[in-house]
Every structure is written in structure tokens, then in C-alpha cells.
Design a protein. Structure first.
Length: 442
């Protein structure tokens, strides 16, 4: 019997921004700080600025494409409709890397912090408990996810403000650099620009919230207006927050080589500036952030799989199914929950790079889709249209390529292998059904 249930339009601008920020995780700057600080030799703030500048052009391209194709398929749909169905499939296949790995990285981060706080309990136990809890909540529907995300983001913001207050107090009292004003986190004579770009390529995963909300287009009221607004708001709020907090973290603890555990470096800084109180508050905030981002990333990943399953790119009976009662793609939610449990085997820096591989492929092809749809197909090339649909997406695409080639070799090798696997799967599907291109474009 054919499943005729569909996603339900419930979201306005406010909840969209909240879900995007929850996905992006206001506290993610703390999670990745130790790893990126060591990689960039203490230049995390400038790496964030480079990432924001690069991705603003891409955010604008997302806004343009969602006005044409307000679909849960996001990047997959844009490339499929604007360039070619087979290209769309391979882009969607690549983007699955960041959508599938982001829940994993959240559980890995949560496990790292909880294991540091409760060493008697093995890390894999925390991963399994988190995965089960998040999967169950997501099964109940988008409205519950949005409401819980709003509570979580509010608490995360409070924790971030308290942390910032302690850092400012500590710096003013002589901790770290002993001054609130310094150019060192942004530029120094021995700065390695190549390492900074490598750090920026990893930090791409921090901004995935503006991309994630496009997968909720079919659950958004007036998506052609609200999605583009949400995209830019999420990107700018995140960029300002991440740059400011990473700047203060460097100023209060400039020795990036002294962390006992780079994965939990922020917990060390919390204890350093605020003692046991801030240590406990930050740990609780981190766990809320893990749950919040996991909820949102789990939601978006399930919608991407749904869009690909609905159109036959993946087995429709499983991936294209929506629960008539809950209005959610329940099988996809369960599958992602199961995959996320493999976080027990992953290392954070490696997972970050895999996420960035998929994200940058998606970002690049969103920019190409703008050129293909508006500039080439619709021939909108005169006056400001040349800037909007030619120059700006080209700049966005160039930035994405620059960040892409800065990824570490392991991410490039594994990501390329994943892409080849997708190509082989597509070849198999076409051999079984040569008219598959027709199904893709329905």
C-alpha cells in the first residue's frame, strides 16, 4: 500500500532560526576550540572570520535557490533541478556525509565531556544513551523538536554569557594576556596562513545551521520568504558569537599547547577561570548543546534521506516513508540513530573533516546551481543580475574550493571514496532502470 502521508507546514521564522541555531549549536565554539587552536597555532578568531566571509556568499545562494525550489531536498534538489539529475544525486550523496556525521560528532563530544567528568563510566555507554534518547524525541514530530530546541538554545546562551563574563573578569584581573585588546588572535608575524585555512575548512561544520533549515522548507509557512531570512540571521549570529568567544578564550588562555586533552580544552579553561562552579555549569551547558544540536541535525538528516527516497534515488519504501500519525520520516530517524552509535569508534578531528568534506561539496554546488538556473537557463545577466547571479555565486564557489583543498588528506581520501561509492550505486540504479532520470525530475 502506497504511503500518502506528507510533511506538515508548522514553522515560522522564529522557530526556524531557533532550530538553525540549535543545529549550529551556540556552544560549538567551545567544542572545537582546542583542536582548531592547536592546528592554527592560536589563530582561531581569524579562521572563523575567513569561514564566515566565505560562507556568506553561499548563504545568499541558498536564499536564491530556496525561492525557486522550496524542497526538503535542499542542495540535492537544487543541483538535481538546475544542473542534472545525476549530478544532484551525487551532490546529495556527498552531503549525506555531513548530515550523517554531525549527530555522531555531537555524541562523541558529549561522551568526551561526560567521560572526563565521570571516568568510571565508559564513553561508549554515553554515546548509546544519547543516541537512543535523541532518536525517541525526534520520532514524536517537528513541533516537539522545535519547542525543546527553543529551551535548549536559551540555556546555552545563558551558559555562554556566564562563561564570557568569567573570561572578561579573569583577563581584567591579569589572567592570560592580561588585556582585552590585542591583534594577536587575528594576526602575528609568524602566522601560517595555510594552517589558518586548514582550521577554517574544519570550522565549516560550525555553520551548518543555515544549510540545515533549507531541509525544513516543506514544513515552513511561506518558505520562500522565511527560509532566506533565517539563513542570513543564523549565519551572522553564529559568526559574531563564534569569533567573539574564541577571541576571549585565546586571550585568557593563550598557550594552546598546554591543554591536557584538546577535545575537552574548554572544560579546562572553564575550571581555570571559574573554578568548580563554571566547570559544572559549562558541563551541563555542553550536554544541553549536544542534545540540542543532535535533535536538529538528526531532524535535517532524516529529511534529506526522505527527499532522496521519495524520488527514487534511495529505496522509496524505506526512505520515502512518512508516518501518517506523526508526520515524520520514522524509518530514516531510526536509521540515523543507529548509524550515530558508531561515534564510539571515531576521533573528533577526523569526524570534523568528514563533515566539512560533505558540507563544502554541497556549498559549492549551491553556488553553481544559482549560476545554472538564473544566469544560464533564465539568462538573467544584465545590470545587477550579473552581480547577483554571476559574480556573487562565483565568489562563493571560489571560497568553497579554497577551503576544500585545505582539508586534511584523510578527509579527502575517505570523502572521495564515499563519492566513488555513490557513483557506483548510481551506475547500478541506472543499469537496473535506465529511465531513472525521469523519476528524479518528477
Amino acid at each position: 500500500m502506497e504511503n500518502k502521508a506528507s510533511l506538515r507546514r508548522m514553522l515560522k521564522l522564529g522557530p526556524l532560526v531557533v532550530i538553525g541555531l540549535a543545529y549550529m549549536d551556540p556552544l560549538v565554539v567551545f567544542d572545537s576550540y582546542g583542536v582548531v587552536s592547536k592546528l592554527t597555532q592560536g589563530h582561531v578568531p581569524i579562521a572563523y572570520i575567513l569561514t564566515l566571509v566565505a560562507l556568506i556568499f553561499t548563504a545568499l545562494s541558498y536564499g536564491k535557490m530556496v525561492q525557486v525550489y522550496p524542497s526538503a531536498g535542499s542542495t540535492y534538489t537544487y543541483a538535481q533541478k538546475s544542473i542534472h539529475p545525476h549530478v544532484g544525486f551525487l551532490v546529495g550523496w556527498s552531503v549525506m556525509l555531513d548530515y550523517l556525521f554531525l549527530p555522531m560528532v555531537n555524541f562523541a563530544i558529549g561522551s568526551a565531556y561526560l567521560t572526563a567528568a565521570f571516568p568510571a563510566i565508559p564513553g561508549p555507554v554515553w554515546v548509546i544513551l544519547l543516541a537512543i534518547g535523541i532518536t525517541v524525541v525526534n520520532l514524536f514530530g517537528i513541533k516537539l523538536t522545535a519547542n525543546i530546541s527553543a529551551l535548549f538554545v536559551t540555556f546555552q546562551t545563558l551558559v555562554a554569557l556566564v562563561f564570557v563574563g568569567f573570561m572578561i573578569k579573569g583577563i581584567s584581573g591579569g589572567m592570560g594576556e592580561g588585556t582585552l585588546i590585542s591583534a594577536a588572535p587575528f594576526y602575528s608575524s609568524d602566522m601560517n596562513i595555510g594552517l589558518v585555512f586548514s582550521g577554517a575548512s574544519i570550522l565549516c561544520f560550525s555553520f551548518l545551521g543555515f544549510d540545515a533549515v533549507t531541509t525544513l522548507s516543506e514544513e515552513t509557512i511561506n518558505p520562500k520568504k522565511n527560509i532566506p531570512r533565517a539563513i542570513l540571521m543564523i549565519a551572522f549570529i553564529g559568526g559574531i558569537l563564534f569569533t567573539g568567544i574564541s577571541y576571549l578564550m585565546h586571550m585568557v588562555h593563550p598557550n594552546f599547547l598546554s591543554f591536557q586533552d584538546t577535545d575537552a580544552a574548554s572544560l579546562e579553561i572553564a575550571s581555570y577561570v571559574g573554578g568548580s562552579f563554571l566547570h559544572s555549569l559549562f558541563l551541563s551547558g555542553t550536554m544541553v548543546a549536544v542534545c540540542s544540536s543532535s535533535l536538529s541535525s538528526h531532524t535535517s538528516a532524516s529529511r534529506l534521506l526522505y527527499a532522496m527516497g521519495r524520488e527514487g534515488a534511495l529505496p522509496k519504501r524505506v526512505f520515502g516513508y512518512v508516518s501518517p500519525k506523526r508526520g515524520t520520516p520514522v524509518y530514516n530517524i531510526i536509521i540515523i540513530g543507529a548509524i550515530s552509535m558508531t561515534a564510539v569508534f571515531g576521533e573528533l578531528e577526523v569526524i570534523y573533516s568528514f563533515i566539512s568534506f560533505g558540507a563544502l561539496i554541497g556549498f559549492l554546488f549551491v553556488n553553481i546551481s544559482v549560476i545554472a538556473h538564473y544566469y544560464i537557463r533564465e539568462k538573467r545577466r544584465r545590470g545587477m543580475d550579473f552581480v547577483r547571479y554571476g559574480i556573487m555565486p562565483s565568489i562563493g564557489g571560489a571560497f568553497c574550493i579554497w577551503l576544500f583543498v585545505s582539508l586534511n588528506i584523510s578527509a579527502l581520501l575517505v570523502g572521495s571514496s564515499w563519492l566513488v561509492l555513490g557513483g557506483l550505486y548510481l551506475f547500478y540504479k541506472l543499469k537496473q532502470n535506465p529511465s531513472l532520470v525521469i523519476n528524479f525530475t518528477k
